[in-house]
Design a protein around this ligand. Structure first.
Ligand code: GLN
Length: 484
């Protein structure tokens, strides 16, 4: 039996039945990392001491006859934009290369309190800006299913770690698709809850009105367990919601007969043909499960990319103003005065994509252009949200592709940021509307190596339980086994 290939519940059962210890499970994962991460490069940093300490605590609890929480002993990876106390938090940026986190993000704290074993921090696009993990200030991560391809992004390291059996589950962040798209590229389940469902405290801000922390897992059930653990009100984040957290796991394993599923016509244009085929098969499977499939329209979809990239760059330019060499991380040497120090620090510390976004963001916020760009984008955001709310008055769930294309080759889109932005079309809309979304594996392309296709399910605000229920039924009916 390979301890690194299991999902949470079977692993939990093995621990509780004393067939394996949490220590053995942690060790098996570090050995797998040793073997595979040379080529995948998912991790920026490992924390074996912290992991073994937690694992030994779990083993002692079991020995003392204490009941174990469902995540006890489960190895988890954390994206390097989410603080874990005492560990470096680089955001994959040279500007934060030496920054050490002073506290745990509540998401990390809650996972550890539930017994999870944190293995390390994972690579991503610098400050979570990108769709391929190639914008990391350190090195790109590779897709474990095909090393020549990207794992998606920006949470590519967190996805690759789980897909290569180097963690059972992981945390990512999603601002415009950064959990859902890498989940699709790596054959995993990835979820972004409603805006405010999970506290953003301890998540380094990219675009505050769009940022979320969320889980990756090998199954819908694993993602439900992870989300349930990290969700809920946190007094440190005023935008975290007081809405009670449902028992997502208890809501699984039910039939979805009679649920109304909407398919937006705007989301079926411009797909790669094989993505289109797989999504159609996914929709057919939902119909076979008894869902009532109906066409819907989300008429403002065409404006979503422009709207998202105006709002996220505006917020990013403001959030990243704090990295000026004074308070955080890196400071360039050899400057004549304070202004020069700011300039040189930011020039040397930020990569090309982050600079591009800061420039775009300051431009759309500048006095002559604010009304034409930023304010206009906010109005469009309202229209996009309204599209969703009206559609979701009629249907329970919306089904779309997660990405118009499967995993592309490393380097393929790097010289064409516009093409890279356009590929976010199906994920940014839900982020703008603040509704929850999940990506589930729905098939593979023909030919070798197979490329994986993810299907996105969207629902009303705080309707995570229903989303997970449909995704679970879909997963069980489809049985898409895509682990490497
Ligand atoms: N790819 C999108 C971007 O580059 C989304 C990033 C994210 O969700 N963090 O902004």
């Amino acid at each position: 039996m390979n301890l690194t290939e299991l999902t949470i519940d079977p692993l939990h059962d093995l621990i509780v039945q004393r067939k394996v210890s949490a220590m053995e499970i942690a060790k098996a994962h570090f050995e797998q990392i040793e073997r595979r991460d040379k080529e995948v490069r998912a991790y920026l940093q490992l924390c074996p001491e912290r992991a073994y300490q937690q694992a030994s605590k779990i083993d002692s609890q079991l020995a003392a006859g204490e009941a174990l929480a469902p995540l006890a002993g489960i190895p988890v990876a954390v994206k390097d934009v989410i603080l874990a106390r005492g560990m470096r938090n680089t955001c994959a940026s040279k500007i934060l290369a030496n920054y050490v986190a002073p506290y745990d993000a509540p998401a990390v704290e809650r996972l550890e309190a539930a017994g999870a074993v944190i293995l390390g921090k994972t690579n991503c696009d610098e400050f979570a800006m990108g769709s391929s993990t190639e914008n990391s200030g350190f090195f790109p991560t590779h897709n474990p299913h095909d090393l020549a391809r990207v794992p998606g992004g920006s949470s590519g390291g967190s996805a690759a770690a789980v897909a290569a059996n180097m963690a059972v589950a992981s945390l990512g962040s999603d601002t415009g698709g950064s959990i859902r798209q890498p989940a699709a590229f790596c054959g995993l389940v990835g979820m972004m809850g409603t805006y405010g469902r999970v506290s953003r405290y301890g998540l380094v801000a990219f675009a505050s009105s769009l940022d979320h922390i969320g889980p990756f897992g090998r199954s819908v059930r694993d993602v439900a367990r992870m989300l349930q653990t990290i969700a809920g009100r946190d007094p440190h984040d005023s935008t975290s919601a007081g809405v009670p957290v449902e028992d997502y796991v208890a809501g699984l394993d039910q039939n979805v007969r009679g649920l109304k599923v909407g398919v937006p016509s705007e989301y079926l244009k411009g797909l790669s043909p094989e993505t289109g085929d797989n999504i159609q098969k996914g929709i057919d499977l939902l119909a076979k499960l008894g869902c009532v499939v109906a066409p819907i329209s989300l008429p403002h979809t065409d404006y979503a990319i422009a709207c998202y990239y105006i709002i996220c760059t505006a917020e990013a330019s403001s959030n990243l103003a704090r990295y000026d060499g004074v308070r955080y991380g890196f400071r360039s040497a050899g400057h004549a005065d304070l202004q020069e120090m700011y300039k040189q620090t930011r020039y040397a510390g930020f990569g090309a994509e982050v600079k591009r976004r800061i420039m775009l963001g300051t431009y759309v916020l500048s006095s002559g252009y604010y009304d034409a760009y930023y304010l206009k984008a906010q109005k469009v955001r309202t229209l996009i949200t309204r599209d969703f709310l009206e559609a979701l008055d009629d249907v329970d769930i919306i089904v779309t592709p997660t990405s118009p294309i499967p995993a592309f080759k490393l380097g393929e889109l790097m010289d064409d940021p516009w093409q890279m932005y356009l590929a976010d079309i199906y994920t940014v809309t839900a982020s703008l509307a603040g509704i929850p979304g999940i990506s589930v594996p729905c098939g593979k392309t023909k030919g070798a190596p197979h490329l994986l296709v993810g299907m996105q399910l969207l629902a009303r605000h705080f309707d995570e339980a229903r989303l997970l229920r449909v995704a679970d039924a879909f997963e069980k009916a489809g049985g898409f086994e895509v682990n490497s």
